[in-house]
Design a protein around this ligand. Structure first.
Ligand code: FAD
Length: 345
């Protein structure tokens, strides 16, 4: 077990594949910087891989004071055992108080392994992180400056705040897209601490011959405008309305889980708690009720337009522009008008 070290740093696992940083650790850096500043400790990134020194510099540009760099050919391709062993050794040596991972496929695989090895806790899929104090009910002891790990629970119907009193480091995975990425500041400088990986071939039970990554059908996170359809669209054929409106706006088509489950569109397009989290300039919600699990993925959009024939639909409560009407009438009028008049920024 790692001792509770209140001077310990805040760490972000800088996940990379083929020398490319994932988006989520970069998104995590602004929040992690904020947490470290409140705690008055340094922010560090852990960069693991083969030939990845350049990424250490990038993490400093994104806000790290320090980078722990473990550069080794045996870390060329992500494998649970090797990465978990190296991170565990780093944690043991430097005793960070907080370690954050993106809730990516690798992050969701790695973080529980490390939690188990360090006998620490882990909160999965957080949507927010804060620093706060907690008074225990039993002995009224006040625990100061804990990591509040915030995430939806019970199917998204409540938001739970989870804390970790004694089993440190405090660790969490954070959902993709929920935190705005910081701007890179290429003038920032920091310290790079190179560490050796205590690894041998035996730590790599798998021999990876080839990697195949299925490209996503749509990059919702990068889209400035999103047109999303819900179950109210009625059928896969009628979902053409969503594609047409998206096409004439140069937007990405998206959907609710209900629309995906009904087979109107592929899961890659799903927005929400179990889909992608987006924050576009404009989000047009068509035939969507606005369930809390959907709102979890789109409520940060700058402008929301909702088209719904039910004046009491919850989506209308968060929409900046509300159109109460039948989508089969409203959407064709919008498409015609955009085609005739064009769009202005
Ligand atoms: C653990 C968990 C995770 C979940 N994750 C997600 C997630 O990631 N994303 C997600 O979206 N959901 C998610 N859900 C499901 C979520 O709870 C809702 O069931 C879903 O979002 C509803 O989708 P909808 O709005 O398309 O359908 P509905 O709730 O059925 O709403 C359809 C809407 O269309 C309107 N409508 C119908 N006909 C018309 C018309 N002709 N013109 C205009 N409006 C019309 C109706 O008034 C209604 O408001 C999750 C649920 C759980 C339990």
């Amino acid at each position: 077990m790692i001792e509770v070290n209140r001077k310990g740093e805040v760490w972000v696992f800088a996940e990379q594949h083929n020398g490319q940083l994932e988006d989520t650790p970069i998104e995590l850096m602004s929040k992690a910087r904020h947490l470290a500043d409140i705690l008055g400790v340094q922010l560090a990134a852990a960069v693991l891989g083969d030939n990845v020194k350049e990424l250490a510099g990038k993490m400093i540009h994104y806000g790290a004071d320090k980078v722990y760099l473990v550069d080794d050919p045996l870390l060329g391709v992500y494998q649970t055992n090797s990465y978990a062993k190296v991170i565990y050794d780093l944690i043991h040596k430097y005793e960070p108080q907080i370690v954050l991972y993106g809730a990516t496929t690798a992050g969701r695989d790695l973080a529980p392994r490390i939690a188990s090895a360090t006998k620490a806790g882990l909160t999965a899929d957080c949507t927010d992180l804060q620093i706060g104090d907690h008074e225990t009910v039993k002995d009224k002891k006040v625990h100061k400056n804990l990591l509040f790990q915030i995430r939806p629970a019970f199917g998204g119907n409540i938001v739970a705040t989870i804390i970790n009193l004694a089993r440190w480091p405090q660790m969490a995975t954070v959902r993709e897209g929920v935190m705005p990425a910081p701007e890179a500041d290429t003038k920032r400088s920091g310290k790079i601490i190179e560490e050796k990986a205590a690894l041998s071939r035996q730590d790599l039970p798998l021999e990876i011959l080839e990697e195949h990554k299925r490209p996503k059908k749509v990059d919702l996170k990068a889209s400035r405008i999103i047109v999303a359809g819900g179950a109210g669209v009625g059928s896969k054929d009628n979902f053409k309305l969503i594609w047409d409106l998206a096409n004439c706006l140069g937007a990405a088509p998206a959907a609710t889980r209900a629309a995906v489950d009904l087979g109107f569109i592929d899961h890659d397009h799903q927005v929400g708690q179990t889909g992608t989290t987006v924050r576009p300039s404009l989000y047009i919600a068509v035939g969507i009720s606005g369930a809390i699990q959907h709102q979890a993925g789109m409520s940060q959009s700058q402008k929301i337009v909702a088209i719904n024939n039910d004046p009491d639909a919850p989506i209308l409560n968060i929409a900046h522009y509300k159109i109460v009407g039948d989508l089969n009438e409203v959407v064709p009028i919008m498409i015609k008008s955009i085609k005739e008049k064009g769009i202005k920024d």
